[in-house]
Design a protein around this ligand. Structure first.
Ligand SMILES: Nc1ncnc2c1ncn2[C@@H]1O[C@H](COP(=O)(O)OP(=O)(O)OP(=O)(O)O)[C@@H](O)[C@H]1O
Ligand SMILES: [Mg+2]
Length: 454
């Protein structure tokens, strides 16, 4: 939805000023808005040197058919006055005034996440994500869901250490009477409330009846989208949004699979992997694969152990199988291509006349989906005997085992194949980590080939 136009904002400023005069609490008012959204304008007001943010909603929400639902949401916001969630904006008061509604909140002179996306330091991402999860969990504990988690509704402190979620204008109850009162998520007419760019397909197209599971899937997707934006440093479906064609955007929400792998550096790879799963289109599969708590800083010292724990919890049933296979195959294709290129390039650099016919066979073990065997066959070459002994030291923790299978040819020791079994953790990690291990092997290869024999 587009932002309110300046004439509407001007009118809202008049109403806000009138409200403050009628209220008689001695607030002074600044006419220049500090923020404008699709449904409201936010102004700075102050009293005895303390600053507050005053949000005034567009009158169209509180008049006509939609007003019953809107009044219900206003009541829900009222319940949040005095909440104790540090990362959720605090509300001082919310009052109906003339044909509008006015909310007084704490003022946060911070940038929106949208504005500072490209500036978030890598080591602050997890800290900020933890705070976002605090908000989602808090709202859940009082049976509410925000529904409009997006970078415009998240404010970030200048040191990038704190985050606050604002704009609780479309909160709703997760379960309970609201389905009857609200009317926005049930029935034939389901007006779209949140933002298309950050809505999962089932929510954008309203293909599901509201349920706790649906809301959980929406939460997971929206957290995944925020993690995506922080890691990729660009908004989700940015190109489609800029095309100005809303059908293109809708199609992307429905079909286009965001990939974080290439942008994720090794320290972020755990969050990136979880976000990729969180952005899966199918809400049932999404709910099965990701828990909101997976986004939190792992309690265990080793992130890889925590990841293994997550993988351990995943139980796959036949319904999910084909979708999962698609994901896994894509990742496998990427890995084997990368490995082949690295090994081929290394061998070529060792000796230009060196003929190589490289084969990378992936064998999936039947017992678990997260175990893959990469088998690289190198043509028989001479290597130093000591090479075998040094191998242990270069084994990457994400590899369960690496075996170098040695053979004999014309009286010399040769490598016939290298077999690496990826540990379950590596499945969810950025594929680059796996190739890292193979790069290390190639380095060892280089150092140990007996050039005299070639
Ligand atoms: N408490 C606050 N302190 C400082 N700035 C705020 C505060 N609340 C909101 N803003 C700013 O005002 C903008 C609009 O506010 P808000 O998101 O609540 O309006 P909205 O019309 O409901 O938005 P939407 O377009 O998501 O419906 C925000 O994006 C943010 O930049
Ligand atoms: Mg907003």
């Amino acid at each position: 939805m587009p932002e309110l136009d300046s004439a509407t904002v001007d009118k809202l400023a008049d109403t806000a000023e009138m409200f403050l005069a009628d209220w008689g609490e001695g607030f002074s008012f600044r006419r220049k808005p500090i923020g404008v959204g699709a449904t409201a304008a936010v102004f700075e007001v102050s009293k005895k040197k303390a600053k507050y943010a005053l949000k005034i909603y567009s009158e169209r929400l509180y008049t006509g058919e939609k007003s019953t639902a809107q009044l219900h949401r206003t009541k829900l916001q009222e319940k949040l006055i005095g909440h104790d969630c540090k990362s959720l904006v605090t509300i001082q008061s919310i009052q109906l005034y003339k044909s509008s509604c006015i909310c007084l909140m704490e003022y946060l002179p911070w940038d929106t996440l949208k504005k500072c996306l490209a500036k978030i330091p890598e080591d602050k991402i997890q800290i900020l994500v933890d705070q976002l999860i605090d908000v989602i969990d808090y709202l859940k504990s009082v049976n509410l869901i925000h529904r409009d988690i997006k970078p415009e509704n998240i404010l970030i402190s200048p040191d990038f250490c704190s985050l606050k979620v604002v704009d609780i204008g479309v909160v709703r109850e997760i379960s309970g009477a609201e389905d009857r009162i609200d009317g926005t998520d049930t029935g034939k007419l389901r007006p779209f409330l949140a933002t298309a760019q950050y809505s999962p397909p089932e929510y954008l197209f309203r293909t599901f009846e509201p349920s706790e599971d649906l809301w959980n899937a929406v939460n997971i997707y929206q957290i995944g989208a925020i993690v995506h934006d922080m890691i990729v440093q660009k908004p989700l479906f940015d190109e489609e949004v800029h095309s100005g064609n809303r059908y293109k955007l809708a199609l992307a929400v429905l079909r286009s699979k965001p990939v974080l792998g290439a942008a994720a550096k090794s320290r972020e790879s755990r969050l990136a992997a979880i976000a990729e799963l969180a952005l899966i289109k199918d809400p049932v599969l999404r709910n099965d694969l990701v828990k909101i708590s997976d986004f939190r800083t792992p309690k265990s010292e080793r992130a890889s152990e925590a990841l293994a724990g997550i993988l351990g919890k995943i139980s796959i049933n036949a319904k999910h199988q084909s979708k999962l296979n698609e994901l896994i195959e894509e990742k496998e294709r990427y890995c084997s291509q990368k490995i082949e290129t690295i090994v081929a390039a290394t061998i070529a650099s060792i000796h230009s006349n060196f003929e190589h016919s490289l084969k990378c066979n992936r064998q999936k073990s039947k017992s678990t989906l997260h175990r893959q065997v990469f088998q690289i066959k190198l043509p028989a070459r001479q290597i130093k005997e000591s090479f075998f002994l040094e191998f242990d030291e270069i084994v990457d923790p994400t590899l369960d085992e690496i075996n170098v299978i040695l053979g004999r040819e014309h009286g010399s020791t040769t490598i016939t194949k290298i077999v690496g079994t990826m540990s379950s953790e590596s499945d969810l990690l950025e594929p680059g980590i796996m190739t890292h291990a193979f790069e290390a092997i190639c380095e060892q290869l280089k150092a140990n080939i007996d050039y005299n024999g070639l």
